[in-house]
Design a protein around this ligand. Structure first.
Ligand code: AMP
Length: 112
């Protein structure tokens, strides 16, 4: 079982900022920006590389929620970044798909 599944199941604590039937959002334990939230599906999808066409509604739902959470956090006007690290080269460390919502400062580009 992944760490994020344990957060969904309330086996380990997290600072939860949003929850509905399909997804959960909580603050990253090691924030890389003033606002750093992780948005995860409750369904256990390992990575973007494991997404199937049947996941379309769920992923669309999460993108809309990501925009709403960013707005709630006051990030919309100045801007923010959504990141999905995928597998080894993408720098993924937790194998439960998650969208990073990063904001509150000017973010550099390109990534390392
Ligand atoms: P990634 O490297 O894209 O797989 O991102 C995993 C993220 O999970 C990292 O930004 C970690 O800081 C974060 N993380 C790890 N453990 C926890 C935790 N217990 N609560 C919240 N965030 C966590």
């Amino acid at each position: 079982m992944t760490l994020f599944k344990k957060i969904i199941d309330r086996q380990i604590p997290a600072n939860i900022v949003y929850e509905d039937d399909l997804c959960l959002a909580f603050r990253d334990i090691s924030p890389q920006a003033p606002t750093h939230i992780l948005l995860i599906p409750k369904q256990e999808i390992r990575s973007m590389a494991d997404v199937r066409s049947g996941d379309q509604t769920l992923l669309g739902h999460m993108m809309v929620r990501a925009s709403e959470i960013a707005a709630t956090e006051g990030l919309s006007k100045d801007g923010y970044r959504l990141v999905i690290n995928t597998n080894e080269n993408g720098g993924q460390s937790v194998y439960h798909l998650h969208i990073h919502i990063l904001g509150g400062r000017a973010l550099t580009w390109p990534p390392g």
